[in-house]
Write a protein that binds this ligand. Structure first.
Ligand code: PLP
Length: 497
């Protein structure tokens, strides 16, 4: 009983029971006035089989209990509003509130995709301006806003490659993907019907151009490249790589998830990229995480434009209209026109920053990553020594000698009040600790994060058990993540006995 009191009464961020455990029979969270019309027998109206008098194990709580339960749970959420998110590759940055205001404007938030074109000219203008802005930023010719996420953009992009090569007479067989790539790249190539050929990175974490020259033949459709790559390293030979592919009739696909390192500094189109996707929910300031709506626009060179998904926006005199008459198009990749609210936020962000602001954001993101990198260098192993851009990848090699691994260090960060970095990715770095601070963080916040990691490195040296048993200050210590993913328990059952 005392244990029960402790559980229910302790700090709201600790040990909130399940709603089922708060239940007591007969409690209700609602109250209705007595009927002033004759009652109807539900079984007679709906059929006996559609009516139940009770639901087994259904929680019965009062309104205030339900409200407090969910408010307490909500207070456990870690968010960018609460602290730094150093997750590498994800670009978890702050999303200025003014973009939310723009997306919430009634005429935009309540617009319906079936409204006649004449009544949504403003919304179409937003789409057209965003397409133009993204084409300018990427240095490419045309943009589709339809794909709903980065991986969806990849699939769209590789389907465009296939359509283009098919139109030339041969879709080819293979797509080349560096071993440092995001897992969605090989999945995309396979879904688009290509065999995946993995290519090794050299000791500096870049593509070995001589090796590439050997493997690109008349069967290769494309190379899918992430630049800067997942180590945060810029492919110095990008122009040479593009040339090599083009000489042999293959295309260069760019995974643009790391555009936060390039915007305003360099344009992929100028480096020979034929097709790429962007993650608006990474680079262009839409909040993400928790599976919320994303957006993965695809930008292409002029030669690929006829294959873009239908419909395409088109000027008809003074008005915007949708063009469905595009015989070479790969077709729709999504219902309607994309995740519109995300597109509004992206345009608001681009316009609020302006060219100078976008460039400054990139410079700040790169500066922050290099600041972290430099400060942690004496304490953690940095396997690839090339200069990094917006993220850096350390490894747990030094701590592993004391039995402490990247997951343990990440768990210990929780005790210091930080969200962990990306654990164990990219796969080419054993024990990877991947950190991307983004431009959102101040020097003060970065210094605290660095101090936490330095302190954990000392703990790993002096008292490794402390790190191995972390976290100590959270509600649950170490969940069994594998079992949780493979055998999720989604249904509550009353405890037996
Ligand atoms: C996030 C990411 C993707 C996939 O994007 P989603 O929007 O999550 O589908 C692809 N490649 C890289 C390098 C990424 O970081």
């Amino acid at each position: 009983m005392t244990e029960r009191i402790r559980q229910v009464r302790s700090h709201p961020s600790q040990n909130e029971p399940l709603l089922f455990e708060l239940s007591s029979p007969g409690k209700r969270a609602w109250q209705l006035p007595a009927l002033d019309v004759p009652p109807v027998d539900p079984a007679a109206a709906l059929g006996e089989e559609n009516v139940r008098s009770a639901i087994e194990g259904f929680p019965e709580v009062s309104e205030v209990e339900a409200l407090r339960h969910f408010s307490r749970l909500a207070s456990w959420n870690y968010s960018i509003d609460l602290g730094m998110y150093p997750l590498g590759s994800c670009t978890m940055k702050y999303n200025p509130r003014v973009n939310e205001r723009a997306a919430a404007v009634e005429g935009l938030a309540l617009a319906h995709p079936y409204q006649p074109e004449a009544l949504v000219q403003g919304a179409l203008e937003i789409l057209a301006r965003l397409e133009a802005a993204l084409a300018e930023i990427t240095g490419l010719y045309a943009v589709t806003l339809q794909p709903a996420a980065g991986a969806h953009g990849e699939l769209t992009g590789i389907l465009l490659v296939r359509a283009c090569l098919e139109a030339r007479g041969n879709p080819r067989q293979r797509v080349l993907i560096p071993d440092s790539a995001h897992g969605t790249n090989p999945a995309t190539a396979a879904m688009a019907g290509y065999a995946v050929q993995s290519i090794r990175s050299n000791e500096r974490g870049m593509i070995d151009v001589d090796n590439l020259a050997r493997v690109v033949d008349a069967d290769v459709a494309a190379l899918m490249l992430t630049n800067p790559n997942t180590l945060g390293i810029f492919e110095e030979n990008i122009c040479r790589i593009a040339e090599l592919l083009h000489q042999r009739g293959a295309l260069l696909y760019l995974d643009g998830a790391n555009m936060n390192a390039l915007v305003g500094i360099t344009r992929p189109g100028d480096t020979g990229v034929d097709v790429m996707h962007l993650n608006l929910h990474k680079t262009f300031s839409t909040p993400h995480g928790g599976g919320g709506p994303g957006s993965g626009p695809v930008a292409v060179i002029e030669h690929l434009e006829p294959f873009l998904p239908v419909p395409r926006l088109k000027r008809a005199g003074a008005a915007w209209t949708f063009d469905y008459d595009r015989p070479q198009s790969i077709g729709r990749v999504r219902a309607f026109y994309g995740n519109f609210g995300v597109l509004v936020r992206a345009l608001a962000y681009v316009l609020a920053c302006g060219a100078e602001g976008l460039r400054q954001a990139t410079l700040d993101a790169v500066l922050n990553a290099n600041y972290v990198r430099q400060a942690l260098l004496p304490h953690y192993e940095l396997p690839h020594q090339a200069p990094s851009l917006h993220e850096c990848v350390f490894s747990d090699a030094r701590q592993a000698r004391r039995g402490v691994h990247t997951m343990d260090i990440a768990k210990r960060l929780l005790d210091y009040g930080f969200h962990p970095y990306t654990v164990g990715f990219p796969l080419i770095v054993p024990g990877a600790m991947m950190i991307e601070p983004t431009e959102s963080e101040s020097k003060r916040e970065l210094d605290l994060f660095i101090a936490a990691l330095i302190s954990i490195a000392q703990e790993a040296e002096e008292s490794p058990e402390l790190v191995l048993q972390a976290p100590h200050n959270t509600r649950t210590a170490r969940a069994d993540e594998v079992t949780a993913a493979r055998k999720p328990v989604l249904r509550w059952r009353p405890p037996s006995g």
